[in-house]
Design a binder for this molecule. Structure first.
Ligand code: ATP
Ligand code: MG
Length: 250
């Protein structure tokens, strides 16, 4: 579904991504790892279409369609979902109202009517139960005073509600206690099916015990320098990144 070929992107004069090649097929889970500042979040932002980054070279296609010129909303309507590393606060907008609006915007873009209120309520209840989200939480202002774990839980709730084709989760494990981690992983695992794909960016092998990746990629200095199966994550946990640097330089 997602094809990335020799992708170069950055800000103004600075190149951040320096030739990324990645193919994500329906039904797959990809994990992206790599040192701080290597370009992981930038890659997620570029796929989602955040306008602070400029693509200078390469291909980025979703289901064969070039999406480089589409704005983030258009990409979201085509099924791209990005969880934010630092989620924004929207005072006065509840968790539920935010997601209702997002869902109906996507339906509108597809020429559909708003989801009937009863159907929406049923969906919200189903997904909230699945993720063990308290009813009271759903009426709170979006991200206002949320704990780290609550923010992450809310993002997974948004993902479960939006049912994207391609979900990109950036650092979903940061600040999660072990129970929340399991709830998030359970959310991802329940969401996963043969028609969608997940790209999870993480520093810790621990999350990958719960969300089992088909592929693990290591990004260093804007390039994918190594790819492997889930055992690669274990190796990184044990050995760090220096040995890959040596391999790359050899
Ligand atoms: N808007 C920006 N303006 C200038 N430089 C940026 C911008 N966004 C990212 N960078 C730089 O690009 C590089 C890659 O950043 P990025 O956030 O993609 O790293 P990362 O791999 O996600 O790191 P971390 O593991 O710490 O989250 C860093 O050197 C960062 O400072
Ligand atoms: Mg990052």
């Amino acid at each position: 579904m997602l094809h990335i070929k020799d992708l170069h992107a950055g800000v103004e004069e600075k190149d951040i991504l320096k030739g990324i090649n990645l193919e994500v097929k329906a039904g797959e889970v990809h994990a992206i790892m790599g040192p701080n500042g290597s370009g992981k979040s930038t890659l997620a932002s570029v796929i989602a279409g955040k306008d602070e980054f400029e693509v200078s070279k390469g291909e980025l296609t979703l289901y064969g369609e070039d999406i480089t010129e589409l704005d983030p909303e258009e990409r979201a309507h085509k099924g791209v979902f990005l969880s934010f590393q630092y989620p924004v606060e929207i005072p006065g907008v509840s968790v539920t109202n935010f997601i209702k609006t997002a869902i109906n915007e996507t339906r509108k873009a597809k020429g559909m009517n708003d989801m009937p209120a009863s159907e929406m309520l049923k969906l919200i209840k189903e997904k909230a139960d699945l993720l063990e989200i308290d009813r009271k939480f759903l009426s709170r202002s979006l991200n206002e005073g949320f704990s780290g774990g609550e923010k992450k839980r809310n993002e997974i709730f948004q993902m479960a509600m939006m049912e994207p084709k391609l979900a990109i989760l950036d650092e979903t494990d940061s600040g999660l206690d072990i129970d929340a981690l399991k709830v998030v992983a359970n959310g991802v695992n329940t969401f996963k099916n043969k028609d969608n794909a997940v790209v999870v960016i993480t520093h810790y092998q621990r999350l990958l015990d719960y969300i089992i990746p088909d592929f693990v990629h290591v990004i260093m200095d804007g390039k994918i320098v190594k790819s492997g199966g889930k055992e690669l994550a274990h190796e990184l946990e044990e050995r760090g990144y220096d040995w890959i640097k040596e391999e790359v330089n050899a």
